[in-house]
Ligand binder design. Structure first.
Ligand code: AQP
Length: 329
């Protein structure tokens, strides 16, 4: 059975982009692959966080994943920092990566540009290496992600191949699994930027746990364009196309097919809001039950971490031995 690995940051509320681009795939993949999913709390530290908030968001993120349909008896769900092998492998991989290739990562360039590169954290710079370790330590064949992670996945593949050519066949070279529809859900207010937890305006990000009336308001106020034609064309009509993608995903159709049913933006927005609310309703209901039992979730995460460690420790030992580190007696 092939292996799947993916992670999600506890850096804010889980949004529709995360759900549509990544979590939907996680749920489907768990039944056909040996699936490992983690809440990547160490990645969240690449920018300063309030400690209490980070802890709370880590629990919330795990509970949203469970509410979305991850079954801990079927897949392995854990918190990244509970499996210390990730950071140890990250060091071996840092010694394999080059400054030049990390400097080319667009996510680093974008984030560093906000506060200036001189003051950007080293963790922000090396974050793709830790992400590569997250993936390679599980011998993952397939990595379900949204389109924004394409470059980091390519980097992971390069690192794996370089390590293998230097030290012998240690790592599997993984492939990205990016969905055909919904791979890049755009910000509702700035439809040329992806929807993100760290977006500047909360109005552009629709959260999975938001009440129906808030979701409706955000979707109805989504920026479209001055024209009136409803057509799927992400280049010239990014706002309208974003709504069409959301409606398509929520109703299990294609965005072009969905577009044929509309001649005005108003009804498209109303139907998209209604469909998104229906899509999220069962997730919200299950989340409310899980939120009342953090102890139960913590126990599931502990079991998940033990399962993950059993795999991660074997890969790490293989990599250390290949790199020439003397094993302890
Ligand atoms: N807009 C999106 N559309 C489709 N997929 C998306 N993903 C993220 N945004 C979209 C996918 O969700 C998974 C988890 O990603 P993340 O935790 O990095 O989420 P984020 O919203 O990107 O988080 P941040 O904190 O706001 O990070 P930055 O600022 O770096 O974007 C991934 O599989 C991702 O592809």
């Amino acid at each position: 059975m092939s292996r799947v690995l993916s992670g999600i940051q506890p850096t804010g509320g889980i949004h529709l982009g995360n759900y549509v681009g990544a979590i939907r795939q996680y749920v489907a993949d768990q039944y056909v692959h040996d699936a490992f999913y983690c809440v990547v709390d160490l990645h969240a530290l690449t920018v300063p966080r309030d400690p209490a908030d980070l802890r709370a968001k880590t629990m919330e993120t795990a509970q949203v994943l469970l509410a979305a349909g991850l079954d801990p008896d079927v897949c392995t769900l854990f918190v990244q920092s509970h499996v210390h092998e990730h950071t140890e492998l990250a060091w071996l991989l840092e010694c394999t990566a080059s400054v030049g290739e990390l400097r080319r990562m667009t996510q680093f360039k974008d984030k560093a540009a906000r506060g200036g590169e001189e003051s950007a954290g080293v963790g922000l710079f090396t974050y793709p290496v830790l992400m590569a370790a997250d993936i390679l330590i599980y011998d993952a064949d397939r990595v379900p992600v949204g389109d924004d992670q394409r470059q980091h996945l390519e980097f992971t593949r390069d690192l794996a191949a370089r390590f293998n050519s230097r030290y012998g066949p240690v790592f599997k070279v993984p492939a990205a699994a990016i969905p055909k529809v919904g791979a890049r859900i755009m910000d509702l207010q700035t439809p040329t930027a992806k929807m993100s937890k760290s977006a500047l305006s909360p109005q552009g990000t629709a959260l999975v746990l938001e009440p129906p009336e808030v979701l409706t308001r955000k979707i109805k106020r989504a920026v479209t364009d001055t024209g009136t034609e409803v057509r799927y064309d992400p280049v010239t009509k990014p706002g309208v196309s974003n709504l069409l993608e959301l409606l398509a995903v929520a109703t299990g159709r294609g965005p072009e097919e969905v577009a044929t049913g509309y001649t005005q933006y108003g009804p498209l927005k109303a139907d998209t809001a209604a469909a998104v609310i229906e899509l999220l309703r069962p997730v919200q209901e299950r989340y409310r039950e899980l939120a009342g039992d953090p102890g139960g979730t913590a126990a599931l995460l502990e079991k998940g971490a033990a399962k993950a460690r059993a795999v991660a420790s074997v890969t790490l030992a293989r990599a250390k031995e290949a790199a020439g580190l003397l094993a302890p007696r």
